[in-house]
Design a binder for this molecule. Structure first.
Ligand SMILES: [Zn+2]
Length: 206
């Protein structure tokens, strides 16, 4: 895909995410790896109103090559891309149900949401919790970097999910699956639901 087409696709997916209220205001950001750097949605931009020409283009040292200044969460994306060359796009949202789960007291930090459905297991797998850091704290990048090599999806405590994919569409679909499963998890709270078994999970992974 040409860079101009990738920019249009970011605008399209941003609008779709915003219109369905998967993130609000100027929260959330989307990035895509290019052959000569990477694209990231600009700081203080609303995902529903992106301009393809103003999307930030950066090099791997963090220098702005083109467009508006990047999201302040750029270091978080950079830390994930460094872990695996197969990560081609990253979506980070402040999606309500995922954030709600990230605030619960008794979640397992090694795998926050239990295996409720096959598509969750296939698209997200295990979901570790990253401890809370204030916005912009570089230590958040270090903490994500440690886990992103093994996990394409992580959940930031009291903040929101970060999901990497082999394409922009794959990352968007995975973060949507995560958000819907977080909603199911909250709906089922107190009902003692049946989770997928170890055998069912390994069948999906093979
Ligand atoms: Zn954020």
């Amino acid at each position: 895909m040409k860079e101009s087409q990738i920019r249009e696709r970011i605008v399209h997916q941003g609008k779709s995410i915003f219109q369905r209220r998967l993130t609000a205001g100027s929260s959330g950001n989307i990035s895509v790896r290019l052959d000569d750097g990477w694209l990231l949605t600009p700081t203080n931009s609303c995902l529903g109103e992106l301009d393809p020409a103003k999307i930030s283009k950066l090099d791997w040292a963090g220098n702005l090559l083109d467009g508006d200044p990047p999201s302040k969460e750029h270091f978080l994306h950079n830390a994930v891309y460094r872990q695996r060359s197969s990560y081609k796009a990253i979506v980070h949202l402040h999606s309500t149900h995922s954030v709600a789960v990230s605030c619960l007291p008794d979640i397992n930090p090694e795998n926050v949401i239990p295996p409720l459905t096959a598509y969750y297991v296939m698209r997200v797998g295990t979901l570790p919790l990253i401890p809370y850091f204030r916005p912009g704290d570089q230590k958040l990048g270090e903490a994500i970097g440690k886990l992103a090599g093994k996990h394409s999806s992580v959940l930031l405590a009291n903040h929101g999910p970060v999901v990497a994919g082999t394409s922009l569409d794959a990352a968007v679909y995975a973060i949507e699956e995560l958000e819907e499963t977080a909603k199911l998890y909250l709906l089922l709270h107190g009902f003692n639901p049946r989770y997928l078994t170890e055998d069912q999970i390994s069948e999906l992974r093979s």
